[in-house]
Ligand binder design. Structure first.
Ligand SMILES: Nc1ncnc2c1ncn2[C@@H]1O[C@H](COP(=O)(O)OP(=O)(O)OP(=O)(O)O)[C@@H](O)[C@H]1O
Length: 262
């Protein structure tokens, strides 16, 4: 078995056991993921860090149920994941909003009619307030900035109350200041909602800044190399010696040569 981490959990929200996935490209098999195992506690923020091509998106797509795996299993609240489900909300790098719908309509899109119109509007308003977009409900996506679009994308998922939020490099396309603002937003949302979050990134600082635990991945095939527990209070002081020491340790891990393939 590969690295197995996060087992000291009372009630795992999400469990991944012995997960492998390959693709056939031009008649050649590419092993994207090999024997990945980890667990995520309810309310935990897990960062999955690795270089381009290590299988981060493939892993997230499997957790989301968009992609089938070859071996192993994924359990969400003890039930096998066999496709997409409302208990797993996904935010992508690109905002993927409906351009013809307003901000409020985008956020309310997945809400069920059972809430009634007033109930839906109230939920949407509350969520817009939570992501700092009060007053922007009537705007179309083309009239707001990239960072605001990502806030809408986040609100659209969170309004459905998912048990786990899955994020695929959600801030990679944003400029540095907007990215820092989004980090702040995610930290405050997580503190308010105690939301379970799993995000993949190739940005070392982002991983150490946001996560309770960071899993560092190997490439070819994608495997978990090591786990780092981040026991630093939030919001994290990026200049604190403990933060810098952890960043150095994660960086050194990323720079280690890949182990020989078995
Ligand atoms: N649909 C696919 N068909 C064939 N090969 C694929 C497919 N999706 C991913 N791969 C291969 O699987 C490996 C992992 O790709 P993946 O996109 O998951 O990595 P990543 O870590 O997310 O990379 P990046 O950070 O560049 O987005 C790569 O070798 C990639 O070429």
């Amino acid at each position: 078995m590969g690295a197995r981490v996060g087992e000291n959990t009372a009630a795992p929200c999400l469990q991944v056991e012995g997960l492998s996935k390959g693709f056939v490209v031009n008649g050649r098999r590419v092993q994207a993921l090999s024997d990945i195992s980890f667990a995520v506690r309810s309310g935990e923020v897990l960062g999955i860090l690795g270089p381009s091509g290590c299988g981060k998106t493939t892993l997230l797509n499997i957790l989301a149920g968009f992609l089938a795996h070859d071996q192993g299993r994924v359990l969400m609240n003890q039930r096998p994941v066999s496709g997409p489900g409302p208990e797993r909300g996904v935010v992508f790098q690109e905002d993927a909003l409906f351009p013809w719908l307003t901000v409020a309509e985008n956020v309310g899109f997945g809400l069920r009619n059972g809430d009634g119109r007033a109930g839906r509007l109230a939920k949407v308003e509350a969520m817009l307030e939570m992501v700092g977009l009060t007053g922007y409900g009537r705007y179309l996506p083309r009239a707001i900035s990239g960072g605001m679009k990502q806030r809408v994308a986040l609100a659209r998922v969170l309004v459905l109350g998912p048990a786990a939020l899955l994020m695929d490099e959600p801030f990679a396309a944003l400029d540095a200041q907007t990215r820092a603002d989004m980090h702040q937003l995610l930290i405050s949302l997580q503190q308010r909602l105690r939301q379970t979050v799993i995000f993949v990134t190739h940005d070392l600082e982002e991983a150490v800044k946001l996560a309770d635990r960071v899993l560092v991945m190997d490439t070819s095939p994608g495997r978990i190399r090591r786990e780092f527990v981040v026991e630093l209070p939030r919001p994290r002081d990026l200049d604190a010696p403990e933060f810098l020491a952890l960043k150095r340790a994660v960086h050194a891990c990323l720079c280690e040569p890949e182990p020989p393939q078995s």
